[in-house]
Design a protein around this ligand. Structure first.
Ligand code: HEC
Length: 144
């Protein structure tokens, strides 16, 4: 199962204009696997990039708008997303599939090891530190 999931989650960004800049500037602090399978609206990507700027993302105005357009176009809500089984997927692929950090994904793995398998989204939201918005936005892709 894990092998199958790993094969599903190609850890690369789609080939399109803006990829190189996105890869360069967005992997300064964490891998692109943090967001490669995330799907958001343009508004949500704009907000997320602003959040990253507050966290220390560096780039000039042209680069930031290039990145935002790249994300909004290629990782848009309408792009297909992979399924994520929260009971069987390892931390790295959970991070990729759910668009959360690996630290948070490890909390999910730890929680299921301690408390048994997740059965509902509400179980998942009991994991301390899990970003409600991220999980909500993935609800339709999550398998148990
Ligand atoms: C200066 C460092 C830095 C850069 C550059 C950066 N990030 Fe982040 N990013 C962070 C930190 C810090 C976190 C939060 C880690 C945590 O919560 O454990 C984060 C978290 C995230 C998350 C997960 C949010 C969540 O709610 O779990 C996504 C998605 C993300 N970054 C996308 C991006 C994108 C896209 C770019 C490029 C536009 C980017 N990051 C550039 C520091 C950075």
């Amino acid at each position: 199962m894990n092998f199958f999931c790993a094969a599903l989650f190609a850890i690369t960004l789609p080939e399109a204009p803006g990829k190189a800049t996105t890869e360069k500037l967005c992997s300064a602090c964490h891998g692109v696997n943090t967001f490669v399978n995330r799907r958001e609206t343009k508004e949500a990507w704009t907000e997320l990039v602003e959040d990253m700027l507050r966290r220390g993302l560096e780039g000039d105005d042209a680069e930031i708008s290039e990145i935002t357009n790249y994300l909004a176009t290629n990782l848009s809500k309408d792009a297909p997303s992979p399924r994520v089984n929260v009971n069987q997927t390892n931390a790295r692929d959970l991070a990729t599939g759910l668009g959360i950090t690996e630290n948070k994904a490890r909390l999910i793995v730890k929680h299921r090891e301690t408390n048994g398998n997740f059965k509902t989204i509400d179980d998942l939201l009991k994991v301390p530190g899990i970003n409600m918005r991220a999980v909500e936005s993935k609800r339709a892709q999550i398998d148990f």
